[in-house]
Design a protein around this ligand. Structure first.
Ligand SMILES: Cc1ncc(COP(=O)(O)O)c(C=O)c1O
Length: 395
């Protein structure tokens, strides 16, 4: 009997042999500049030596230990996280994926407020498990065939302050928001919107869950993207980059919430395993010591500027958007031919967001040369798409 892999993502047509820093090599020996980073996971670069060493230390000593039997790796991680977490976020717990972190955040909100309703936004993406999917709306395809989902969720329009006032009420347990919507199309929240959310949550006594799974850990130029808006979160969900490539996610809460969550309230077999804790500790130290957010801010600003300059006046381009090293080029067409051209002709891996955006999620260690290659690669591939459209029309 032949066994097949059940693919949920269309294969990209290359087979990866190895990866290091900002590069990936395929089995034919071709090198690619990686602006995909496994949906943003390898933000600290592939196989960062300090993270590899930390995971190796765990492998050499203990691979399996539940959090109830924690060892020194727990204190090591907590200490490394201290300069990384926003003031007041004194408690963290680890899970294994972004969606699991979102599930826990929603459970905490219901438990702590005694209310059940969760408000989410158009264009949102919070994961594929049933709870996370119930607050996800970036594509109707994600939900198709799975309804009924978790009840008592209400959708409001992203970046619409009036909706915040109308939809968030005394019935609301939590509002969940991405400071920059990733899968939905690299859509930054406006400052007025984020501030209105904070204000309204305080007025009605509900929790503001900020989903930083894609935006967090320095990618947008601040450690946490909501810091750009000068607001406080009640619950932060994080994932992707926080383990430097190791699969792990995190939920952070302040003390007043933590004290309402007794042992047994939640659990996860793999959550908080020694390898994950060692990886998060090492990644946190790299983040701080290598000034990763500052580097993301500087390099992201350069990449954005080059993209804007090179795409200025190009008819099929609507705009360049995003912050730091989370950027999107919004087209008037589907971006798939641009992604194919980038991969096959320019040897650059990028990904799609929404239905019209070419998304670039490069690691913080890209060089000026890499940045120029990304900008000119996108320009060439977009121009190629534009001229093929013109030819088709003429034909
Ligand atoms: C903002 C956000 N939340 C949650 C998730 C889900 O994370 P995971 O795929 O690790 O479950 C993602 C994944 O892209 C995300 O971008």
């Amino acid at each position: 009997m032949a066994v097949h892999y059940l693919h949920f993502y269309a294969p990209r047509g290359i087979r990866v042999a190895r990866a290091e820093g900002q590069y990936v090599w395929d089995t034919e020996g071709r090198r690619y500049l990686d602006a995909h980073t496994g949906h943003g996971v390898a933000f600290l670069g592939h196989r960062h030596p300090r993270i590899v060493e930390a995971i190796r230390e765990a492998l050499d000593t203990v691979m399996v230990a539940p959090p109830g039997l924690a060892g020194p790796w727990l204190e090591e991680m907590l200490e490394a996280l201290e300069p990384v977490l926003p003031n007041g976020m004194e408690y963290v717990t680890l899970l294994n994926s972004g969606a699991e972190a979102v599930e826990l955040a929603l459970k905490i909100a219901r438990r702590v407020t005694g209310r059940s309703e969760i408000v989410y936004f158009t264009g949102s993406f919070h994961g594929r498990t049933m709870g996370a999917l119930s607050v996800t709306s970036s594509s109707p395809l994600y939900r198709q065939g799975y309804e009924p989902l978790v009840p008592d969720t209400r959708r409001a329009r992203f970046n619409n302050v009036e909706d915040v006032e109308r939809v968030v009420t005394e019935q609301t347990a939590a509002v969940i928001v991405e400071p920059i919507q990733g899968e939905g199309g690299v859509n930054p929240a406006s400052p007025e919107f984020m501030q209105a959310l904070r204000r309204r949550c305080d007025e009605v006594g509900c929790l503001l869950v900020v989903d930083e799974v894609q935006t967090g850990f320095g990618r947008t130029g601040c450690i946490w993207a909501h810091e750009h808006y000068g607001i406080r979160a009640d619950i932060i969900t994080a994932g992707k980059a926080i383990g430097g490539g190791f699969p792990v996610s995190m939920v952070a809460v302040p003390g007043w919430i933590a004290e309402k969550l007794p042992p047994g309230f939640h659990g996860s077999t793999y959550g908080g395993n020694p390898m994950a804790m060692k990886a998060v500790a090492a990644a946190s130290r790299v983040l701080v010591e290598e000034r990763v957010p500052d580097q993301a801010a500087e390099k992201g600003a350069l990449l954005k500027q080059l993209l804007e300059d090179m795409l200025d006046g190009v008819r099929v381009v609507r705009r360049v958007k995003g912050m730091g090293l989370m950027l999107g080029v919004e087209l008037r067409l589907r971006p798939d031919p641009v992604l194919r051209c980038l991969q096959e002709e320019k040897r650059i891996l990028a990904l799609k967001a929404g239905s019209t955006v070419v998304r670039l999620l490069p690691p913080y260690l890209v060089t000026r040369e890499d940045i120029e290659a990304m900008a000119s690669g996108v320009r060439d591939c977009v121009l190629r798409l534009q001229s093929s459209q013109a030819t088709q029309r003429a034909g």
